[in-house]
Structures are given as C-alpha cells and as structure tokens.
Design a protein around this ligand. Structure first.
Ligand SMILES: NC(=O)c1ccc[n+]([C@@H]2O[C@H](COP(=O)([O-])OP(=O)(O)OC[C@H]3O[C@@H](n4cnc5c(N)ncnc54)[C@H](O)[C@@H]3O)[C@@H](O)[C@H]2O)c1
Length: 373
C-alpha cells in the first residue's frame, strides 16, 4: 500500500519514518521546500543511526522508499494519507477537500490533529465516511501509542482496518471518541493545571512540586520540568483549546502563570527559559523535601487525574483498557489511573476531592459520579 504524509515537520517526518519502516512506499508533501529538505536530511540520519545500532537492516532501502514532493497531486496513488500540517481547522479542511479531487474514492484520509474535531474535518469532504483521526505522539518512531478517532461520519469497518494496520506498524492503538483532547490530552490536563494551581496558591514552589510528583508519585518528569520540555507555546495552547472546547468547564481552566511565560517568549527549554532558567550557570532550585507536604501535593494532583480518567470512562470516551494503555504508553505514567484508583481505594480519592470541593466551592473539584457508586 502506498502511504501519503502531508506536512514534513516534526510529526509528519516521524510518521513517514514509521510507515516506511513498516514496508510502505511513502509520498511526503509539504508547501515549504526547506521543510522537505530538513525532513529528508533528518530521516536519512535517523535511519543510518538505526542501522548502526542494528535496529534495521538496510537504511538505504527504507530511505529510498520515501519520496519528498512539492505537489499535492503526486499523492494520487496513495491508499492512506495522514495529514500532519499546521493545527488550523480552516487550512486542514481546505487541504482535505483538495485531496479528494486527487485521490481515488477508496483512499482513507486521516488527520494527526491534537485538538481539532475530526467530525468537522470530515464535513469538508464529499466522502466523509473515509475520514478519521490517527493521533501519533512525539516522537512518532519512539512513542508506541496511536489514538484512532472515528468522526461521527466514519465507516465503522475503517476503524478495525486501522487498528490492524497500526498494530502491523508496531504501534499500540486505542480508540477514542471524537471529543476535545481525545484521551491523553484530556486526561493529562490536571497534571499541569493542578500543579500550577498549587504553585500559584503558594502551597509549594515548582521544584518541590516536581520533586513530590517524581520521587513520591513515581512520574518520570515533574509537571514544571515537563511543561518546559513540551514548550509553553504547545502546552498552553492545548490547555486553552481544551478549555474552550469544553464550553469553559473550570476543570480545564488555563493559568496566567503559564500565559505570561508565553507572552514573554519564555517557551521553556527551547528558548533557554520557562518556569526554570536553563541558562549556563543557572541551576534548578532545591526542593523542600518535606514528606507531609509532598504527600499532600501528590494526593491532590493524582486525585484530579484519576477523576478525569473516571469521567472519561463514565462518558464512554474510551474503554477502561484503552484509558490505561493511553496514559501508560502516551505519556509514560507509571501506572494506569484506573488501576491507581483501585490501589488507593475509591473512598480515598473521593475524600481528597470532596475536601477540595468543600474548601474551594469550585466546580473544578466535583467528583465523578463513579466514585460515589
Ligand atoms: N508536535 C507534537 O508534539 C504533536 C503531537 C501530536 C500531534 N501533533 C499535531 O500534528 C500536526 C503537525 O504538528 P508538528 O508539530 O509536526 O508541526 P510542524 O510545525 O513541525 O510541521 C508542520 C508542517 O506542515 C507544513 N504545512 C503547513 N501548512 C501546510 C499545507 N497547507 N500543506 C502542506 N504542508 C503544510 C509546514 O510547512 C510544516 O513543515 C498538528 O496538527 C499538531 O497538532 C503535534
């Protein structure tokens, strides 16, 4: 099968590599010649390194299966096209409707969007039943998770086909309902939002919150270090989009602390400064390793995460098994949140949330009905 990738940026290049390594001929299209050249050079170097490490046999033949093109019409022979261009609904819709004039009727059209409605993208097409979301994680060659998102118009048989294909590509697919943030980008919101709230209230500083969640919670990276790593241009915008898309549910409310970083151009590691200062000679401040405070921080953030996972289960966003897979494979959580809930006991999670709710009287802290059942 010939695969097309539209957009040769960070995600498009990674997805093209995954498809080529799975044995497909891949056509990669971008409007920017420089982006195509960068992707070509990066892919060549990645594949050579993989061959040197013994992970692939023949880097040259995998690379030769990838064709970098500056005309959309070159994608005519494709049977699956994955779009990974700028996160803009109007531009994505335009590209999808143009694509339909080029490809055959049996070509499947997927979007790698992180936050836009797949249903809305499908609505731009004459054959919306062939449109779906295929949400890879960054870097696509390394991250196993792929969220498969049917639009309300998508033909159900495509989902089964796509699940099989993603498995054949060495990925771990999960199915998510077409709702803001799908699974991972929705369920993970409190990891950032609640951590910032604790910091803004002066309960603990950033280093202490990061210390608590890594050393006591077992997360790989603390929320502030992680937001700096992701970049505030990406992380803040996802939060703001999810918040707006959920009709301003206070649970997803963005923060001014992060917005100010964005306004200052302090985007995180990539600009040398974010919540922390990465300039030479600067170091991450020391944490206050107070066990009682640390436990309180972990309980608050984790209760909010578990609540979000339960709410997603309650509203049929995904199956319990897929929710667990998504959070362990998509953001490397040490445990699935539903398993964590069982381990803690629903009563304890509910007690933490009800205590927050009683203190603040904010809808943000409402507990999922499943905790009371
Ligand atoms: N970066 C991530 O962590 C991540 C993770 C999952 C999903 N996504 C999603 O993947 C998509 C791409 O993100 P990215 O980080 O790779 O962006 P990027 O900026 O690295 O790359 C986007 C590429 O698309 C090209 N492009 C823009 N408009 C185009 C058009 N009309 N036709 C063809 N090419 C066009 C640009 O020239 C650029 O090379 C977005 O929808 C994003 O939300 C990103």
């Amino acid at each position: 099968m010939v695969v097309g990738v539209i957009g040769s940026g960070a995600m498009g290049a990674g997805i093209a590599q995954v498809a080529a390594m799975a044995g497909h001929t891949v056509w990669i299209y971008d409007t920017q010649q420089a982006a195509l050249e960068n992707a070509s050079a990066a892919l060549k170097s990645n594949l050579t390194k993989l061959e040197e490490k013994g992970k692939i046999k023949d880097a040259a033949s995998v690379f030769a299966a990838m064709h970098f093109v500056s005309s959309l019409s070159a994608l005519a022979p494709c049977k699956l096209i994955i779009e990974a261009i700028v996160e803009n609904l109007h531009i994505k819709k335009t590209v999808f409707s143009e694509l339909e004039t080029i490809v055959a009727d049996d070509c499947l059209l997927a979007s790698n969007t992180s936050s836009l409605s797949i249903t809305s993208i499908a609505a731009a097409c004459k054959l919306p039943q062939r449109v779906l979301g295929l949400h890879f994680f960054n870097p696509a060659p390394l991250m196993a998770l792929v969220e498969i998102i049917p639009a309300i118009q998508t033909d159900a048989s495509i989902i089964t086909t796509m699940k099989e294909l993603m498995t054949a590509w060495g990925k771990t697919p999960v199915i998510a309902k077409d709702t803001p943030g799908f699974i991972v980008n929705r369920v993970a919101r409190p990891y950032y939002g609640e951590a910032i709230r604790i910091y803004e209230e002066g309960i603990a500083d950033m280093a202490t919150i990061d210390w608590a969640l890594t050393q006591i919670g077992g997360f790989k990276m603390g929320p502030f270090a992680l937001m700096d790593y992701i970049g505030h241009d990406v992380n803040y915008v996802v939060t703001a989009t999810v918040f707006e898309s959920f009709y301003y549910d206070p649970r997803y409310k963005p923060s001014f602390s992060q917005k100010r970083l964005l306004e200052a151009g302090w985007l995180g590691r990539k600009t040398g400064r974010g919540f922390y200062n990465y300039a030479q000679g600067e170091s991450i401040p020391a944490a206050n390793e107070d066990a009682v405070l640390g436990k309180q921080i972990v309980e608050r953030v984790l209760a909010m995460l578990i609540n979000e996972a339960l709410e997603s289960l309650h509203l049929n966003i995904a199956s319990a098994a897929d929710l667990e897979t998504a959070m362990t494979k998509g953001v490397n959580y040490p445990k699935g949140l539903l398993a964590w809930c069982e381990e803690w006991g629903k009563e304890k999670v509910l007690a933490v949330l009800d205590n927050l709710y009683n203190n603040y009287h904010e809808d943000r802290y409402r507990a999922c009905v499943l905790l009371r059942k």
